[in-house]
Design a protein. Structure first.
Length: 190
């Protein structure tokens, strides 16, 4: 796992719960917390942090990872505005991940092992997203999708139809994106 993910997690936790809480999470997970964005770290370290955060905050680990993904998206938009340029809605942005975002991520972070997405649009307007990765972090992709929708002033309903982390041969998400009602809309980050 590239260090940028750990850096983002630290920012999200520190923003919502304070820097001291991040340090407590590191101690409880038995980690030193020295993560450079370009470094590569064992996936287990992220799993240990997620488990510690989950236990401490009293939320299931998968929801913890989804929360992290949702909250990290505005930080990614701020750090890498070029990835968001030219997009005004969620679905075109999601479609650009394989062809634009992940190739650039691999240039910035050599050795990054990014997931691959497969897309299929259904007759009833849903987007089916197949998630292929050696890592069981499809909940992070789900959180990123929801965070992207928030960024673009939309909501994303994501249904996990199949999940590799639960023993299915692949992860398959059904995504439906809708414009936010004016009362629900938050200002765009960035």
């Amino acid at each position: 796992m590239k260090g940028i993910i750990f850096n983002l997690l630290e920012e999200v936790v520190s923003h919502h719960h304070g820097e001291a809480t991040w340090d407590k999470f590191l101690d409880a997970a038995g980690l030193d917390g020295v993560y450079t964005s370009l470094g590569t770290y064992p996936d287990d370290e992220l799993s240990r942090l997620v488990q510690t955060i989950s236990t401490t905050l009293g939320i299931p680990p998968r929801e913890c990872v989804r929360w992290f993904g949702r909250e990290a998206m505005p930080l990614l938009a701020k750090r890498y505005p070029i990835f968001f340029a030219g997009h005004t809605t969620t679905l075109p942005f999601i479609f650009s991940v394989n062809s634009t975002v992940h190739p650039e991520v691999r240039k910035i972070y050599p050795g990054a092992n990014c997931p691959v997405f497969r897309f299929e649009e259904t007759a009833d307007g849903a987007l089916l997203l197949g998630y292929e990765s050696p890592r069981p972090f499809c909940a992070l992709a789900e959180g990123f999708i929801q965070g992207a929708a928030n960024y673009f002033g939309e909501t994303a309903m994501v249904e996990h139809l199949r999940c590799g982390a639960k023993g299915d041969p692949e992860c398959l998400l059904s995504i439906r994106v809708h414009a936010m009602k004016p009362a629900d809309a938050a200002p765009l980050a960035g």
